[in-house]
Design a protein around this ligand. Structure first.
Ligand code: AMP
Ligand code: MN
Ligand code: ZN
Length: 922
C-alpha cells in the first residue's frame, strides 16, 4: 500500500510538473487571446461593446465555486501540494514503517485510511474507464499488479489532460487520420517497400496505425529511387531556367552526377576514391543553393511596394478546378503560369510511412483557376515548373513556406524566386494568430475546416472532400496577399519599410536549403536531452543502441522513425531494460509491426546495455550535456622531470606508436644522427609504470610471477568503468549505409570533403610548419639534455653518495661498518632508485589517441582491494549503497524524505521483471 501510494505520489509529482507548466503556458496564451479579443471588441464591434462584461459572464460559468480557470487551478494545485506534503510526512517504508506498524492503533488507522484511499482511487479510475479493482488491500501478492494499475491509470489520465490542453491550444493531436466516407479505417500491413511480397502481412493482429490498408506505397512507383542513405542532400536540379549565373557543371554533367560508382561491382573503398576524385572540385557547388546568386540580386519592383487595390477572389463554386496528373496537363499549366503576374502555391505532405517524407499534392491558384497536381504521379516531371517558379517577375504566394521550400527541393528540385509569404505578413502585421485559418477568417470570413490537414494525402483517387479542402488552401491566398500588402502600408503610414521587410523575410525563407537527417554517434543525445529524466549508463546505452537500430531500419524500410519505434516507447524500453523479449513488447502499446518482427534483435541490444557497468545517473547526465571527455583538473604542481604537463599542442603530432617510450632511462645513450632528433621527444612522453601495462604484455609475460599473472587476469576481467568518457569507436551507422559507398562519402565529407582544396593545402602547410618547429624544439631540448647530463655526471663525481655519507657518519660514531664495494656501483644503484621513485611520483597523462585505449589500472586507487574505503568510487555498488544508507539512517535517526525511494529495500529481491526501474528516482 505504502509502495503504491509512494509511487503514485512521486509519479504525480513528476508528471504534474510537466502538465502544470503546460497549463500555465496555456493560461498565458488564453489570457493573451482574451486581451486581443478585448482589443478587437473595443476597436471594431459596436454590437459587442454593448456587453462589456461578456467576458466575466463567461468566466463565472467556468466551474461552480470558481470564478475562472486560475482560481480553479490555484485551488487544485494547493490541494495537491498539501496532500503531497502529508504523504511525505508518513513514516518511511522500511524500518520506520515496520516499527510504527507494531502498534495496533497505527495498523488500524492505516487500514481505514488505506481502504478510503483505495476506494477513492478506484472511483477515479472507473471514471476514466481504467481497470480499477484496487480495493482488496489484503492481497499482498497483487501489489505489483495494483501498482501497474495505478501507473496505467495515471498514463491514461495525463494523456487525456495533454490532449485537452493541446486542443485548447488549437493543436489537433488526434492520431486518427481523417478518412473520407467510403474508406476503410486504418488496419495492419507489415511490408517493406523494397521487399514487396516477401514479408507478407498475413498475421492475425491488427494495429491501429496511421495508414489505410488500401493505400499502396507511392514510393514503389517513383522513377528515381528514394535516397535514404546517410549522406548529405545534393540538389536535384539539372536545368536552371531564368539563370543569371549558369548552373555549375556538376549538375549539368550527367557523367559526374549520375555515374556514381556505387552501382559498379567494385570495393566500397575504391568506389569512394573514384567518386571523391570526380567530385572534389565540385564540392562547393554541390551544397550551395542553386539560385543563391539570383536571390541575392533580387530587388522588389516599385509596383509591388505600392498600395494595391485588393482583388476579390472568385467564389469557389464558380471557379474551375483542374486535377493535373499527366505531363501534358503539367506543361499546359506551366504555360499558363508563365502568363500571370502572381499565383498561390501550397503542398500537402505525408511523413508517416516514409523516411524522408513525400510531397503528395501541389495546389496552385491563379486569379482565375485552381489546380491540384498529383505530385506522386508527376514527381519526376515537376521540375519543369521551375520556369515559372524561378521567374522573378512572377510572384509566388505561399502561406508559411518554410517546409514547402524544403519539400520542393527535396522531391522535385524546384526553387522559388520572388516569394511572398502571407505568414510573414501576418507576423509583421502583428495579427492575433498567424495560421492560415485565422487569415481566412480575418480577411475572407471563411471558416476553414483544418481536419483534413493531417489526412493521409497518398489516397488516390483523391476524394472530393479532400480536394475541396486542398484547393481552399490556395484559393483565397492571392486576395490575402493583396489585403496584407495594403495593410502593411497602412499601418506604416504609407511607408514601404514594413512591406519591404516582409519581402525580405520571404526571400530568406526561399533561400532555405533542404538538409537530410544525418545520423551521427551523437544524434541520440539530441533526442535524449529533450527529456527531463536522467538516465544511468545502462539506460543511456540502451537508448543509444535502440536509436541506432531505429534509424537503420527506418532508412532501410523507408519508414519514418516514428513508425518503426516511437520515441516514447524507445524511452520506456531504455528505462525499464526488460530482461525478456516479452518485456519489450509490454513497453509498446500498440506494438509497432517492426518491433514485433525484430523483438529478438531488440532484446539483444537491451542485453548489451545491461552489461554496461552501472554508473550513477548524474554522470550520465553530464555526458548528455556534452561534457565528454571530462577534463581532468589542472594540476600545477609537478616535478622538474615531469614532462607530462607539456602543452598538448606540442605533442599532438607525435603518436606513441612512432615514439616508443624508453622506460627507466633518463638519458638515452644512443647519440644518433640529427635525423633521429625526433626520438628525443620521447622525453615529452609520459613516464609509465609497467606493473600492469598492456603493450609489453607478451614479452614480459614469462617474467611475471604466478601471483602477478593472477592479479593481471583479475584486473583485466574488469570492464573499464570509464569507458563512457572515451570516444567510442563503434559508430552505429546503418548496415545499409555501411556497405553503401555513398555513406562513406558522408564520413569523408565530414572530415575533409567539405573543406576546400585550399583549406586542405593550408592545413598541410601549417602542419609542416608545426613539425619543423617541433624538430627545432627537440634539437634544443637535446642540447639542453646533453648539458644537463654533463652537469649531472659532473655533480655525481663531486657529491658523496648518501651511502657514503652514512658510512662517514657511521665512522664518525665509531661503529664498524663495511664500506660499499665501489663508488660506481653505488651511484648506479642510487640512480636506479631515484628513477623508480621518479616513475612512481610522476602521474602520466594519457596521450590523446583516436583509438580506444584500455584503462590504465596502474593509476587507479588499488586501496579498494585492501579493505580501506576509497573516497570517490564512482562505480555503483548496490550493496555498498544500501549499507551506507542504513548506517546513515541508524546514525541520524531522522527522517529523510528525499531518500524514501531507497528505503523500499524489503522487496528489493523482487526486481526480476525489471520492475524496480519503476521506482521513483531521485
Ligand atoms: P498546410 O500547409 O497546412 O496545408 O500543411 C501542409 C502539410 O504539413 C500537411 O499535409 C501535413 O502533412 C503537414 N502538417 C501541417 N500541419 C501539421 C501538424 N499540425 N502536424 C503535423 N503535420 C502537419
Ligand atoms: Mn502549406
Ligand atoms: Zn495545405
Amino acid at each position: 500500500m505504502a509502495l503504491v501510494l509512494h509511487e503514485y505520489r512521486s509519479q504525480r509529482l513528476r508528471r504534474r510538473q510537466g502538465t502544470s507548466s503546460r497549463l500555465a503556458a496555456h493560461m498565458f496564451t488564453r489570457n493573451q487571446a482574451m486581451d486581443s479579443l478585448k482589443k478587437n471588441k473595443t476597436s471594431t464591434s459596436h454590437q459587442q461593446d454593448s456587453h462589456p462584461d461578456a467576458r466575466e459572464e463567461e468566466a463565472t460559468d467556468f466551474c461552480s465555486g470558481f470564478k475562472d480557470v486560475d482560481a480553479f487551478v490555484k485551488y487544485g494545485l494547493g490541494s495537491v501540494l498539501s496532500a503531497t506534503k502529508a504523504s511525505a510526512g508518513l513514516p518511511q517504508a522500511g524500518d520506520d514503517f515496520d516499527f510504527y506498524r507494531s502498534f495496533p492503533g497505527f495498523r488500524e488507522f492505516c487500514g481505514v485510511q488505506g481502504d478510503k484511499l483505495l476506494f477513492c482511487m478506484s472511483q477515479i479510475m472507473q471514471h476514466h474507464n481504467c481497470r480499477s479493482r484496487m480495493r482488496d488491500r489484503h492481497k499482498i501478492t497483487d501489489l505489483e499488479e495494483r501498482f501497474d494499475m495505478v501507473v496505467d491509470s495515471n498514463d491514461v489520465i495525463l494523456e487525456k489532460v495533454g490532449i485537452l490542453l493541446d486542443e485548447a491550444d488549437g493543436v489537433n493531436r488526434s492520431q486518427q487520420p481523417v478518412m473520407p466516407a467510403g474508406f476503410l479505417p486504418p488496419k495492419i500491413v507489415v511490408s517493406s517497400w523494397n521487399r514487396k511480397g516477401s514479408s507478407s502481412g498475413s498475421r492475425g493482429e491488427t494495429f491501429r496505425l496511421l495508414q489505410a490498408k488500401n493505400i499502396p506505397r507511392p514510393q514503389l512507383k517513383f522513377k528515381e529511387k528514394v535516397d535514404n542513405s546517410n549522406t548529405p542532400f545534393i540538389p536535384k536540379i539539372f536545368i536552371k531556367p531564368n539563370a543569371q549565373k549558369p548552373l555549375p557543371s556538376y549538375f549539368t554533367n550527367k557523367q559526374i552526377r549520375k555515374e556514381r560508382p556505387e552501382d559498379l561491382d567494385i570495393p566500397a573503398a575504391l568506389a569512394d576514391f573514384i567518386h571523391l576524385q570526380r567530385t572534389q572540385e565540385h564540392v562547393e557547388d554541390m551544397f550551395a543553393h542553386p539560385y543563391q546568386y539570383e536571390l541575392d540580386h533580387l530587388t522588389v519592383p516599385e509596383n509591388l511596394l505600392s498600395k494595391p487595390e485588393p482583388q476579390m477572389y472568385k467564389p469557389i463554386e464558380e471557379t474551375r478546378c483542374s486535377f493535373v496528373d499527366t505531363l501534358c496537363d503539367l506543361v499546359a499549366l506551366n504555360e499558363k503560369l508563365n502568363e500571370v503576374s502572381e499565383f498561390a502555391v501550397d503542398l500537402e505532405h505525408h511523413s508517416y510511412r516514409s523516411f524522408l517524407g513525400i510531397t503528395c499534392l501541389m495546389q496552385i491558384s491563379t486569379r482565375e483557376e485552381d489546380f491540384i497536381i498529383d505530385t506522386l504521379e508527376l514527381r519526376s516531371e515537376m521540375y519543369i515548373l521551375n520556369e515559372a517558379f524561378t521567374n522573378q517577375s512572377i510572384v509566388k504566394v505561399f502561406h508559411g513556406a518554410d517546409s514547402d521550400i524544403e519539400w520542393l527541393q527535396r522531391d522535385f528540385g524546384l526553387y522559388v524566386v520572388n516569394l511572398f509569404d502571407t505568414h510573414q505578413a501576418s507576423r509583421a502585421l502583428n495579427l492575433a494568430r498567424h495560421s492560415l485559418d485565422h487569415l481566412l477568417k480575418h480577411f475572407c470570413c471563411v471558416d476553414s475546416d483544418k481536419r483534413y490537414q493531417l489526412a493521409d494525402w497518398r489516397i488516390r483517387p483523391l476524394p472530393d472532400e479532400m480536394s475541396l479542402y486542398a484547393r481552399s488552401d490556395t484559393h483565397y491566398l492571392l486576395y490575402i496577399y493583396d489585403c496584407t500588402r495594403a495593410q502593411l502600408l497602412d499601418v506604416n503610414h504609407g511607408q514601404p519599410g514594413l512591406l519591404q521587410s516582409v519581402w525580405n523575410r520571404s526571400k530568406d525563407v526561399s533561400l532555405k536549403k533542404y538538409a537530410k537527417p544525418i545520423f551521427t554517434e551523437e544524434s541520440y543525445l539530441e533526442v535524449q536531452r529533450k527529456q527531463k529524466k536522467s538516465f544511468n549508463t545502462q539506460q543511456l546505452t540502451a537508448f543509444r543502441l535502440l536509436f541506432a537500430w531505429r534509424d537503420k531500419l527506418a532508412r532501410q524500410e523507408d519508414e519514418s522513425t516514428g513508425y518503426v519505434l516511437p520515441t516514447h516507447m524507445m524511452r520506456k524500453i531504455s528505462e525499464e531494460l526488460p530482461k525478456e523479449p516479452q518485456g519489450i513488447i509490454a513497453c509498446c502499446n500498440p506494438v509497432p509491426p517492426l518491433v514485433r518482427q525484430q523483438v529478438n534483435e531488440l532484446h539483444l541490444l537491451v542485453q548489451e546495455a545491461r552489461e554496461m557497468p552501472l554508473l550513477k545517473a548524474e554522470v550520465a547526465v553530464q555526458k548528455t550535456k556534452g561534457l565528454l571527455p571530462i577534463k581532468k583538473p589542472e594540476v600545477t604542481l609537478f616535478g622538474p622531470h615531469d614532462t607530462s604537463r607539456v602543452p598538448e599542442s606540442n605533442t599532438s603530432y607525435i603518436s606513441t606508436d612512432e615514439l616508443p617510450v624508453k622506460q627507466g632511462v633518463l638519458f638515452c645513450d644512443d647519440h644518433k644522427s640529427d635525423a633521429d632528433l625526433l626520438e628525443i621527444s620521447s622525453l615529452m612522453s609520459s613516464a609509465k609504470i609497467s606493473l600492469f601495462e598492456e603493450p609489453g604484455r607478451n614479452e614480459c609475460q614469462d617474467s611475471l610471477s604466478v601471483a602477478q599473472k593472477k592479479a593481471r587476469q583479475i584486473i583485466e576481467s574488469f570492464e573499464n568503468p570509464f569507458r563512457m568518457y572515451l570516444p567510442s569507436n563503434d559508430v552505429h551507422i546503418s548496415e545499409n549505409a555501411k556497405s553503401d559507398p555513398s555513406s562513406k562519402i558522408f564520413e569523408i565529407s565530414r572530415r575533409w570533403k567539405l573543406q576546400s582544396m585550399e583549406q586542405q593545402q593550408q592545413d598541410l602547410e601549417s602542419k609542416m610548419k608545426a613539425k619543423k618547429k617541433a624538430q627545432e624544439k627537440a634539437k634544443k631540448a637535446r642540447e639542453e639534455r646533453n648539458k644537463a647530463q654533463e652537469s649531472y655526471e659532473e655533480s655525481l663525481k663531486n657529491v658523496p653518495t648518501v651511502r657514503q655519507q652514512a658510512a662517514e657518519c657511521a665512522k664518525m660514531e665509531g661503529k664498524k661498518r663495511e664500506r660499499a664495494p665501489s663508488e660506481a656501483g653505488d651511484s648506479t644503484s642510487i640512480q636506479n632508485k631515484k628513477l623508480k621513485t621518479a616513475q612512481k611520483t610522476k602521474k602520466p597523462e594519457p596521450i590523446p589517441q583516436d583509438t580506444f585505449e584500455p584503462f590504465d589500472y596502474s593509476q587507479s586507487d588499488l586501496k579498494v582491494f585492501s579493505g580501506t574505503k576509497a573516497k570517490d568510487n564512482a562505480q555503483f555498488d548496490p550493496n555498498r549503497q544500501s549499507r551506507d544508507f542504513k548506517k546513515k539512517k541508524f546514525a541520524g535517526g531522522k527522517k529523510n524524505n528525499a531518500g524514501a525511494g531507497k528505503s523500499m529495500s524489503y522487496i528489493a529481491g523482487r526486481s526480476d521483471r525489471g520492475f524496480r526501474h519503476n521506482w521513483p528516482k531521485r
